[in-house]
Design a protein around this ligand. Sequence first.
Ligand SMILES: NC(=O)c1ccc[n+]([C@@H]2O[C@H](COP(=O)([O-])OP(=O)(O)OC[C@H]3O[C@@H](n4cnc5c(N)ncnc54)[C@H](O)[C@@H]3O)[C@@H](O)[C@H]2O)c1
Length: 376
Amino acid sequence: MPTNRRITTRFLSAERLAAMVGEKGLAPCLAGLAGYIDEDFRRWNVFAKTARVANHSRDGVIELMPISDGELYAFKYVNGHPKNFRFGLSTVMAFGVLADVATGIPTLVSELTLTTALRTAAMSAVAARALARPGSRRMAVIGNGAQSEFQALAFHHLLGIKEFHLYDSDSAATEKLLGNLDKLGLRGKRFASTKEAVKGVDIVTTVTADKTNATILTPEMIEPGMHINGVGGDCPGKTELHAEVLRMSRVFVEYEPQTRIEGDIQQMPADFAVTELWQVLTGQALGRCDPGDVTVFDSVGFALEDYSALRYMRDLARELGVEDAISLIPELPDPKNLFGFIPGFEACLPAPAEKAVAAWPGAAANQAVPGLAHAA
Ligand SMILES: NC(=O)c1ccc[n+]([C@@H]2O[C@H](COP(=O)([O-])OP(=O)(O)OC[C@H]3O[C@@H](n4cnc5c(N)ncnc54)[C@H](O)[C@@H]3O)[C@@H](O)[C@H]2O)c1
């Protein structure tokens, strides 16, 4: 698609984005994303923020996540359907848009399924770098599905984690993660339960998917100094941590109004103390106060992370010379003549009245519309 249009909407397909990540390299991408996220969280107060708009159904949720800093506007469409694997589909699927606030032009439409996994892992690493004990070397990964490799890689490259303790209720998922870690030269070890996997580790990442109030981590599993990176509890009625684990910890969140609804803290009273992470990153609040503190990053995924990720992917595409574009918005010689954009519209007119009525039977002027018969 030629790009000599006045209105250009760049397009990053799933395949193109995967190729870009392959060309740049996973570790540089994760580092780049972490840098963009860190930078944007430090600009927290310039963003117009809102909790995401969720549409819940029996087996899942579809959400819209908008945000703007007055120059760029971003939104993500994302779902969460834990039973999708039964149909050979991913639990999480996403795409997103970056737009120019001054004109409203959507300047980028991008896949965000792979990008969400990368940005979630980068976000987890940004939080852990601020909250986990320095020198952390071992991490348990509970839930070994689609997100898990990205979490492991981000913690390896950005925090220096050397050893991964793995557990999933589906042993095939652990087998898959072990195999992928092995190919990457990373040390993974399989355990028979969460309890065994978390013993003696510095960091626990919970990244399970089940639309229920689960208790993946219970108080007797928690050791002094642990950092818990709770990723899978991200929706009303979908939690991973026992309430007592939260009570014994210092809890950090992305955007408090959203996390109160969706995070593990949905189980806690409205005045349960939490700290927004941006405050720690900017030095306005303390993170870990003592090596013995238990810290929890109650991650739900906030629109700002997708804004950062879209910005990063846009810049990476520029760096790699990727110029794919789509014709999304009509280009009009006269912006008031949108009608003229329909090719040969004159030939379509006048439409025989019977044709219009056949296309929309209810259009017949004197046909009664059920329920409106007595409308004034
Ligand atoms: N916080 C965020 O920003 C963010 C971003 C993306 C995904 N998520 C969430 O992360 C979770 C994982 O996503 P995914 O794409 O990897 O899903 P997935 O379905 O690919 O993997 C989830 C894994 O969890 C395992 N599991 C379920 N219950 C378990 C239990 N009780 N004990 C151990 N393992 C269990 C499943 O067997 C599966 O292998 C989802 O809940 C998703 O909504 C959060």
